[in-house]
Ligand binder design. Structure first.
Ligand SMILES: [Fe+2]
Length: 467
């Protein structure tokens, strides 16, 4: 008996599993629009087409080629989908096949796998390789699920697989998450991201139909996307309005952009601005090796359309707030709001925001942010850390609150699931939200809770918010 015999399984069982896994995979992607397939470069997501092709590739290499030693069913697949060879951040720059071609590759692989199983019961070794590939597809089913959650796509509907359909307006073009609160004539949305640093903020029309406003800054620039309102962000995943009820001309669009390796940033966004990514990160030079350094004496950067330089140069517009990827900072900025509610007068005029991995909370005086809104790297608003009172104890941040609740609600591991690359070795996923009255909430994916902020003390220096 060979060493794998203990793994031998009936072909009928494996066939059921493989069809099952595939059905789930297709359910998780079949409703996605063309726009939704295009995702911003974020640590926890992959391009959907990459992820799909990678599932097919795994069967192709570790099952079919391992047993038959034939050619791969997609020529050159090893240069696209081998996760050991192709680094995460490079997956956005690959010449990936279209959705249809990728699904056809999955189908070819499935048919070949099924043909093997329909011809005879596999031995232990072959059964093992089938199981491995099926479990791998299941694992990527989990990845599709959390990618959809991260990108705030609607829940898939198991059992209701249907052909791809057009997005409704509220989901159209929304690259990575949150549509900003409407503060006037237009919605602004965020779209795109990636190694070329081509994140944009664009806008949709007032009557629910897609329209590009005539006064958008790049409508008459040949080759440029006419939707672009401002650009040069790495990942402006939260846009929110600071609204002046007395004078709409004072409304300001605020973007929270997740950094690469060094800086988390808040920008006040104006029409046509270039915020510098990927030549700058925060208020520093971003070097080709992704580290940062001092700004050069000549602080101009080339204006590009796509990857092509236009020959024009521009001085980038720098953030109004930033904090570092270090033990006092965090890893990824969450959402933030200028408090405009009535329940907690001492918070009025404060901009509160979170770091979503560490669960830290800071605030800045909104007037300091406006003062720092001069585009210059040397002017940043002062930020102060906020402590949290929860269940009659004061915590430095939300992390222990989320971890305690995670455990109390039956979390499987003694701590929040580990992420060794993060400042705290795990991720609490804490963000702010507001309701129609402008009151603040903290919601956290780490423990699945929404908490209302009900009070605040000491909001001039060291401060405490509570739930
Ligand atoms: Fe994988």
């Amino acid at each position: 008996m060979n060493e794998h015999e203990q793994y031998a399984l009936p072909a009928s069982q494996l066939l059921k599993w493989v069809h099952d896994a595939r059905e789930r995979t297709l359910e998780l992607v079949s409703d996605l629009t063309h726009e939704q397939l295009t995702v911003p470069m974020m640590e926890v997501v992959n391009p959907f087409r990459w992820e799909l092709g990678h599932v097919a590739f795994f069967y192709d290499v570790f099952l079919l080629r391992a047993l038959d030693s034939g050619a791969l069913l997609l020529k050159g697949a090893e240069n696209l989908y081998d996760s050991f060879k192709v680094d995460h951040d490079d997956r956005w720059g690959l010449p990936l096949p279209s959705r249809e071609e990728t699904l056809a590759y999955l189908q070819r692989v499935l048919e070949r796998v099924a043909r093997r199983l329909e011809s005879r019961d596999p031995d232990g070794k072959e059964s093992y390789l089938h199981s491995l590939s099926i479990l791998h597809e299941d694992m990527h089913g989990e990845a599709f699920t959390y990618m959809r959650q991260t990108l705030e796509y609607p829940q898939p509907r198991p059992g209701s697989r249907r052909p791809a359909r057009r997005a409704r307006r509220d989901r159209a073009m929304n690259g990575n998450g949150k549509t900003a609160i409407d503060a006037g004539t237009f919605d602004y949305i965020v779209a795109g991201a990636g190694s070329a640093g081509c994140c944009v903020a664009a806008r949709l029309s007032e009557n629910g139909r897609y329209r590009i406003p005539n006064d958008n800054p790049f409508v008459s620039v040949p080759g440029a996307r006419k939707e672009i309102w401002a650009h040069g962000f790495r990942n402006p995943h939260r846009l929110n309005w600071a609204v002046d009820p007395a004078n709409p001309a004072n409304n300001r669009l605020i973007a929270n952009s997740v950094g690469l390796h060094t800086w988390e940033t808040v920008y006040i966004v104006h029409k046509g601005e270039n915020h510098g990514y990927g030549e700058r990160e925060g208020t520093e030079l971003l070097k080709p090796d992704n580290t940062t350094g001092p700004l050069p004496a000549d602080d101009r950067i080339p204006v590009r359309i796509g990857a092509e330089p236009t020959g024009r140069m521009v001085v980038p517009i720098y953030p109004v707030i930033q904090y570092g990827h270090d033990p006092k900072g965090g890893d990824a900025i969450g959402s933030g709001f200028v408090y405009n509610g009535k329940a907690i007068p001492s918070l009025r005029g404060k901009y509160l925001f979170t770091d979503l991995t560490t669960g830290r909370i800071w605030y800045a005086d909104y007037k300091d942010m406006l003062a720092a809104d001069d585009g210059k790297p040397g002017t940043l608003a002062t930020i102060r850390e906020v402590r949290v009172r929860w269940a009659d104890k004061v915590y430095d941040d939300m992390f222990p609150v989320v971890e305690t609740t995670y455990q109390a609600r039956g979390g499987k591991s003694p701590k929040l699931p580990p992420r060794p690359d993060f400042v705290k070795g795990a991720r609490s996923d804490v963000r702010f939200a507001i309701d129609a009255d402008g009151e603040l909430y903290l919601y956290s994916k780490g423990d699945g809770m929404i908490r209302k902020v009900v009070g605040a003390t000491g909001f001039t220096g060291g401060s405490t918010a509570q739930d």
